[in-house]
Design a protein around this ligand. Structure first.
Ligand SMILES: *[C@@H]1O[C@H](CO)[C@@H](O)[C@H](O)[C@H]1NC(C)=O
Ligand SMILES: *[C@@H]1O[C@H](CO)[C@@H](O)[C@H](O)[C@H]1NC(C)=O
Ligand SMILES: *[C@@H]1O[C@H](CO)[C@@H](O)[C@H](O)[C@H]1NC(C)=O
Ligand SMILES: *[C@@H]1O[C@H](CO)[C@@H](O)[C@H](O)[C@H]1NC(C)=O
Ligand SMILES: *[C@@H]1O[C@H](CO)[C@@H](O)[C@H](O)[C@H]1NC(C)=O
Ligand SMILES: *[C@@H]1O[C@H](CO)[C@@H](O)[C@H](O)[C@H]1NC(C)=O
Ligand SMILES: *[C@@H]1O[C@H](CO)[C@@H](O)[C@H](O)[C@H]1NC(C)=O
Ligand SMILES: *[C@@H]1O[C@H](CO)[C@@H](O)[C@H](O)[C@H]1NC(C)=O
Ligand SMILES: *[C@@H]1O[C@H](CO)[C@@H](O)[C@H](O)[C@H]1NC(C)=O
Ligand SMILES: [Cu+2]
Length: 604
């Protein structure tokens, strides 16, 4: 069990802050989350890993013991690592890899509250199951937005939110990440984008769609190209490899592709579905939706219930009531659900909304007056989905069924309380980044140049070097000074390319603009003078994970702005595993003028 702070509600000044110590032991053994057995990663013998429950202000110490046959590191996604850049978990940047049999202790302070998760940051180990949820409880006194949901229920809503249940959504592949990665360079196309199943809290089914449904839900953006090439979406619901070959414009070795990678779908339904048990007799339940997906993004909804989204990437927002939300890799949304329907079982629908693959799963939200507790996070019981009779709000392709339904729009997020700099600062530095493939369809770059993955083993890690390595001739290193403002402008000028869920390590960014068309300006000031409607410089969303608009039939762009306030070596990267492993990352040497001295006892 986790050693929890006994002080459930630490004061805002953190004078009574507690400590959380936890050991996470990583092992590599057989498991079958969707009914198909393969080798995978377990954390303390669990999949997904155990919940880390923390109070804001706590000192956190996590010892990761690597009992797997390969190197690893653990990253705490969304944790800002104020004054602890050495605990960020990126090999070659903030530490050396943890080798088989070794361990490393991550020490950081919980300066934030809300929903986070931890995951491996080594190669494609996320796709092998290396992740688990983090909840950081806000102090009772912290201003919350629950009165905007129901003025008469504030106490009940706050209590429900403090009992929030994590719901981790991921995609799952039957091949290990290393095999899948190696296969791509043999085959010559990005074959690792075709997954096998969708998991909710580590449970799922392989439910192969009928050909009729596959044809019916084929993305209109790809239909003309498929028809022109005489191709069809594969039996696993994936864009066919021949289409990927056509997009990259260079020949592949498709005869080397095992048929079960794209084509053969074998149903597996030996597993029960994830079952989320709402507390007995309560009016509201809170859920933290977390995407630990390696590739695809998902539409999520709960049958016959709306969801009040009250936090995004951990931070409170002005709540919005929606029927469905889109969840991309690395996103966290916290929702409150009113339990105002007859006691029973309701489907939680999770359907891919990415054009690259049509697949889905169903989990169950159950509530009753009965004292049955076979659900919740970390409980391995399950529910039957065959007996579900509730009415879905989205179809199997993630589209709203009722025309009056509401999909959450992440660009409309408004922080609660307001937290944006006004007047908008003018940036000290603007970094323009050319996003796209740079060769084969598995070779990706955030700035025209593939990130050099050999950095993983760079000795010593960049953070340990003094003075910092300010090599900016490699086209994948951004160097900033402390207490400056930086604009990052992502330009997707080649197409088709999917939406990229970009994750910035350390502190969050303001998502200030996005649009269709070529971004042919050099600063936000020029662009916002020309196309003001594409920008929000007043109350922009505040995120650590943000999606570039998909560039399917023409160019798109995205602009974010952040304040450099935590010197250290951090990563900026796409959270699609095949993209980041294919080179889609940048090193950010933040605040090089105030570079920290790494304490000797924290070096590995
Ligand atoms: C971590 O490694 C050190 C050095 O090998 C060892 O003394 C210690 O017992 C290990 N800790 C755990 C929790 O395995
Ligand atoms: C296909 O594979 C063969 C044998 O591995 C290799 O010699 C050839 O270069 C490959 N062709 C392409 C287009 O990758
Ligand atoms: C969310 O997904 C739906 C269904 O695929 C799509 O129509 C919609 O454009 C997406 N919304 C956003 C804001 O990405
Ligand atoms: C409550 O439990 C009883 C007896 O186990 C069962 O028959 C009934 O269906 C349960 N009700 C709900 C809503 O789960
Ligand atoms: C594991 O990490 C060590 C230390 O950085 C490095 O020398 C070794 O090459 C790594 N092993 C692999 C397989 O990457
Ligand atoms: C800078 O980066 C380039 C390109 O990766 C590399 O060739 C060069 O050795 C680097 N210089 C230093 C001083 O690290
Ligand atoms: C991005 O790449 C371009 C060349 O393609 C280069 O001029 C620019 O300096 C690079 N930006 C960064 C931050 O490395
Ligand atoms: C930017 O590109 C678009 C389309 O290519 C063009 O219509 C527009 O005039 C350009 N804007 C500037 C400022 O050059
Ligand atoms: C970096 O800048 C931030 C924001 O101004 C400031 O709070 C912090 O103390 C600075 N860090 C150092 C090490 O000077
Ligand atoms: Cu990407």
């Amino acid at each position: 069990m986790i050693s929890l702070s006994v002080l459930l509600f630490a004061s805002v000044s953190y004078a009574l802050a507690g400590a959380v110590q936890k050991t996470l032991e990583l092992t590599w053994k057989n498991g079958s989350p969707d009914g198909f057995e393969r080798e995978m990663i377990f954390i303390n013998n669990e999949f997904p890993g155990p919940l880390l429950e923390i109070n804001q202000g706590d000192a956190v110490e996590i010892t990761v013991v690597n009992n797997m046959p390969f190197n690893t590191t653990i990253h705490y996604h969304g944790i800002d690592q104020q004054h602890s850049p050495w605990a960020d978990g990126v090999p070659g940047l903030s530490q050396r890899p943890i080798q088989p049999g070794a361990n490393y202790t991550y020490k950081w302070s919980a300066t934030q509250y809300g929903s986070y998760f931890y995951h491996a940051h080594s190669r494609g180990q996320i796709d092998d199951g290396c992740y688990g949820p983090i909840i950081i409880h806000a102090p009772r006194e912290l201003a919350n937005p629950f009165h905007m949901i129901s003025a008469s229920d504030v106490g009940v809503l706050r209590k429900a939110a403090s009992d929030v249940t994590p719901v981790i959504i991921s995609d799952w592949r039957h091949m290990t990440s290393e095999k899948s990665h190696a296969l791509q360079s043999v085959v010559g196309v990005e074959s690792s984008v075709c997954m096998d199943s969708v998991l909710v809290n580590g449970k799922g089914q392989v439910n192969c769609w009928t050909r009729e449904d596959i044809d019916k839900f084929t993305s209109p953006a790809f239909k003309p190209l498929l028809e022109k090439l005489g191709l069809k979406i594969t039996d696993k619901g994936c864009l066919p490899p021949k289409l990927l070959e056509a997009i990259q414009g260079s020949p592949a070795n498709l005869s080397t592709l095992p048929p079960d990678v794209f084509d053969i779908c074998t149903p597996q339904d030996s597993q029960k579905a994830a079952c989320i048990q709402a507390p007995v007799g309560k009016k509201w339940v809170a859920l933290d939706f977390i995407s630990s997906a390696g590739v695809q993004s998902f539409g999520v909804s709960i049958d016959e219930h709306s969801m009040w989204i009250y936090a995004a990437d951990g931070n409170y927002i002005e709540p919005v009531e929606v029927d469905a939300l889109n969840l991309s890799n690395g996103d966290r949304y916290s929702v409150l659900v009113k339990l105002d329907k007859p006691a029973g079982q309701y489907g939680i629908r999770v359907s891919s909304t990415s054009d690259a693959q049509l697949f889905n799963t169903v989990a169950v939200l159950t509530y009753s007056g009965n004292k049955t507790t076979h659900g919740g996070y970390g409980n391995h019981g399950g529910c039957d989905v065959q007996t579900l009779s509730s009415t879905p709000s989205i179809n199997q392709a993630g589209k709203l069924i009722k025309p009056s339904g509401v999909f959450f729009d992440p660009l409309k997020i408004v922080s609660f309380p307001p937290q944006y700099p006004l007047p908008a600062p003018s940036p000290d530095q603007t970094v323009l980044l050319d996003v796209g493939i740079v060769g084969k369809s598995y070779q990706w770059a955030l700035n025209g140049t593939m990130f050099d993955n050999a950095i993983d083993d760079s000795a010593p890690p960049l953070l340990y070097r003094a003075p910092p390595n300010t090599n900016s001739t490699n086209h994948f290193t951004i160097v900033t000074k402390n207490d400056t403002w930086v604009d990052l402008i992502f330009k997707m000028n080649t197409f088709p390319q999917p939406a990229h869920p970009i994750h910035k390590h350390s502190n969050k960014v303001f998502v200030i603009g996005s649009g269709q068309g070529t971004f042919n300006w050099t600063t936000v000031a020029e662009a916002s003078a020309a196309i003001p409607d594409s920008f929000n410089l007043v109350n922009p969303p505040f995120r650590d994970t943000f999606e570039t608009p998909p560039a399917l039939t023409g160019p798109t762009w995205l602009a974010v702005r952040y304040h450099v306030e935590n010197p250290g070596a951090f990563l900026l990267h796409c959270h699609i595993q095949s993209h980041v492993n294919g080179g889609m990352a940048m090193v950010m040497l933040d605040g090089v003028d105030e570079w920290p001295e790494v304490p000797d006892d924290l070096k590995n």
